[in-house]
Design a protein. Structure first.
Length: 755
């Protein structure tokens, strides 16, 4: 990715890990090191399909992303990964979720499901607030949606951004009493999903907010819980218990609780004898009131001290997020703010905050941002006081800090790091020791940070695995072959519909595609052999073979795409054809995406060999996007109606009104034996085993609790030695001591995605 302005070595390393490896990354840094700037440039430039999410609504709006709960349709409450384990016998008084309740709650539309299936990079901002159980819920959701249960996050790379020395996750005592049975700590890095694949720890170290060396050292010591006697003496120099600034000194008070800040602002506004003006926000579309970035009704008076809550996006850059000013003049339509330091008066315009939603572009198969709603309000708020929590991301020249009763480790650090220098600091209370302490779990996680030279070497190793995996996937046509075959099996000679006339056309296309797939499989084996050599010439040799392969496969795959589109043109004026055309479009999109992956794999390999960057613009330039858009636009026009393309891999399932499997599962969780469940429900034990096999396949139930260890081993060995999944064959091989139910349960654990 192109370099960030004034980028540090750490930022360059982070960008390379994200763009050229599959490793998860934790990007951190002290306040003011440019984490937000890095994220904005990364999203603009990365070649990977990415989405941004955050733990809270306000954090999501500020990051131009979405909330975790909305992205994955997660219900609120704690998450326990072991649905049938310890928790069932405990007296739980709070809301909680399990894999089963997440699946039950999930009702994802086709486009969103396919977007998450196409996702390559998940960015989680403000990760200090992310709980370990929430991350495990995300992990489960991605594995389930992507049908890739054996790989953390279903194969998606995750970028975690935040400062663990800032605001921690919130967990209640009764929640932690139960969760402690699963987790070492409540922090995201102790999620079970990361235990065997921890993120690379990268810290941005260039501080943009402060340039005072003494202040920077003080903040570092405060952050690392290594306060020296000199630091304490320095802070005491700024202690003024009853400090009352003059009105024109433009101090802001940072405090720990909302009611304190609100009371200060309300009291100071009331003291002004000037007229009140009210400015109502304009809210359109979808915009959750809990995520409003400013007051819906903003009360202002001439003389009120205000703070800008956005950077000036114009060329003049007259103000920044956190800059203090004073209301100079107000009319019904005009707000003028005096900037005391510059001795100027500026007119402020309303700002539009957007509520972003992600959607998959059907033509390009790229993830696109869509504005679901907006909040238009003046980017200022009363600023005699603000909470530490709401001050994150802001920069102040002068601040009165009242955090003597800081209720969370890190709050004191957050408050002090908002300042540009010590010159503007006033402490009205001494910092309590509990407000400075560093959590030992954070200290241990921080110790995993590696020096730059080790990380650079790791990039080289990881990028080798990344490009190998990417190339093998790009030329693997078996999934498309599977879906064409599945489509072929939907034809029924006995059914009278227009679609049935094209059985032979589909069979011919499938036979031709089988031949292409077989050739691609041979090429994949050649690639595996070349990569296995691991010599200095490996990439060069692979590159030559990939170039030749692309020349061979490109016209063939493009030909299949064209056949689908031409066929749609031929049939779309016929009657009762809409569903059939939708099926054809779904398949064509899969084929086209595979062609794009082939071109991208070659370009990525060349970029790695040449040591050059590969960006989103390079991805867009691989194929003729405008021609493709026109082709698809023409194809989906059907008698004045535009077809909506659904997920190609999402099967429509008619759920029974009463889920008989779920009833058996719930009885089992109540502690009943299989015999007792069978007797109560009037079924055979084998039927109950079949019900529970579903929950084994969805990893909500451990097969070892249902089948003896020796039988699991023998059934697994039989599957391997006989090269079969046939229950009849396995039972014939093992004997009548093994029931069909036991075999089904073990098969469900071995092949979860197929259950």
């Amino acid at each position: 990715m192109p370099q960030l302005e004034e980028t540090s070595m750490a930022a360059e390393i982070a960008a390379k890990f994200i763009n050229y490896t599959s490793k998860h990354v934790f990007l951190t840094g002290k306040a003011g090191t440019g984490k937000t700037t890095f994220l904005r440039k990364l999203i603009k430039l990365t070649h990977k399909k990415a989405v941004i999410c955050a733990p809270t609504g306000i954090a999501a709006i500020n990051a131009s992303g979405v909330t975790i709960h909305s992205l994955f349709q997660l219900p609120f409450g704690a998450f326990f990964p072991d649905a049938a384990g310890n928790i069932m016998n405990q007296n739980i008084t709070f809301n909680f979720n399990t894999p089963r309740t997440i699946v039950k709650h999930m009702n994802m539309q086709g486009n969103k499901r396919r977007m998450l299936q196409e996702l390559e990079l998940l960015v989680i901002d403000e990760v200090s607030m992310l709980r370990a159980d929430m991350l495990d819920a995300i992990d489960f959701a991605l594995r389930y949606i992507r049908r890739n249960r054996n790989v953390p996050f279903g194969g998606v790379q995750v970028l975690f951004i935040g400062d663990l020395h800032q605001l921690p996750p919130v967990v209640k005592n009764d929640e932690w009493r139960v969760m402690a049975g699963f987790y070492k700590s409540i922090y995201f890095f102790d999620a079970l999903a990361l235990q065997n694949n921890p993120p690379v720890y990268i810290e941005l170290d260039k501080i943009y907010r402060q340039d005072d060396a003494v202040f920077i050292d003080l903040l570092n010591n405060l952050r690392n819980n290594k306060i020296t006697p000199e630091d304490t003496a320095l802070l005491r120099q700024h202690f003024k218990q009853d400090f009352k600034p003059a009105a024109d000194e433009n101090y802001i008070t940072l405090t720990t609780h909302n009611n304190k800040a609100d009371n200060i602002n309300r009291e100071r506004l009331t003291q002004l004898k000037t007229k009140s003006y009210f400015f109502d926000a304009k809210v359109t579309g979808e915009f959750n009131e809990y995520a409003y970035p400013n007051e819906k009704s903003l009360e202002l008076k001439v003389g009120a001290q205000v703070m800008f809550i956005k950077n000036d996006m114009t060329a003049e850059k007259r103000y920044y997020n956190g800059k203090i000013g004073v209301v100079h003049h107000i009319t019904k339509d005009v707000i003028e703010i005096e900037l005391p330091e510059e001795r100027t008066v500026i007119s402020v315009s309303p700002y539009t905050w957007e509520n972003v939603k992600y959607k998959l572009n059907e033509a390009t198969n790229e993830i696109a941002e869509n504005v679901a709603g907006s909040f238009v309000q003046y980017p200022i708020k009363l600023a005699w006081a603000i909470t530490v929590h709401k001050s994150q991301g802001l920069t102040f020249d002068k601040a009165i800090i009242d955090v003597g009763d800081a209720f969370a480790p890190g709050q004191a650090y957050v408050a002090l790091s908002r300042l540009r220098s010590l010159k503007g600091l006033v402490l009205t209370s001494h910092l309590r020791e509990s407000g400075l302490q560093q959590d030992q779990n954070i200290h241990y996680f921080s110790s995993t940070k590696q020096p730059a030279e080790v990380l650079t070497e790791q990039i080289s190793v990881e990028s080798y695995d990344f490009i190998r995996t990417y190339l093998l996937a790009a030329f693997d046509l078996n999934l498309i072959r599977y879906y064409i075959k599945e489509h072929l099996q939907t034809f029924d000679k006995g059914e009278k519909s227009t679609k049935q006339h094209y059985d032979n056309w589909t069979m011919e296309l499938y036979v031709d595609f089988q031949k292409i797939t077989a050739t691609a499989d041979t090429f994949i084996n050649q690639l595996k052999g070349l990569f296995a050599q691991q010599t200095e010439h490996t990439f060069f040799n692979v590159s030559k073979r990939v170039e030749a392969a692309l020349k061979y496969f490109s016209p063939l795959i493009k030909g299949v795409s064209d056949k689908f589109l031409a066929h749609i043109e031929n049939v779309k004026e016929e009657k009762q054809i809409k569903t059939y055309i939708t099926e054809l479009l779904e398949l064509e999109i899969l084929v086209y995406e595979q062609l794009k992956k082939m071109y991208k794999s070659k370009a990525l390999l060349k970029a790695i060999i040449d040591g050059k960057e590969f960006s989103k613009a390079d991805t867009d330039a691989l194929l003729n996007t405008s021609e493709r858009n026109e082709q698809l636009k023409k194809a989906i026009q059907l008698k004045g109606e535009v077809l909506k393309v659904k997920s190609a891999v999402e099967k429509k399932k008619k759920e029974p009104k009463i889920d008989t499997k779920l009833i058996s599962f719930e009885l089992y969780n109540q502690g009943k034996t299989l015999d007792e469940i069978a007797k109560e429900r009037g079924f055979s034990v084998t039927t109950i085993e079949g019900h529970l096999a579903y929950y084994v396949s969805t990893q909500q139930l451990d097969v070892t609790k249902l089948v003896k260890a020796n039988k699991i081993k023998n059934i697994s060995d039989a599957v391997e030695s006989q090269k079969t999944k046939s229950m009849a064959t396995i039972r014939e091989f093992l004997g009548k001591d093994y029931s069909f139910g036991e075999i089904k349960l073990v098969l469900a654990s071995l092949f979860p995605s197929e259950e």
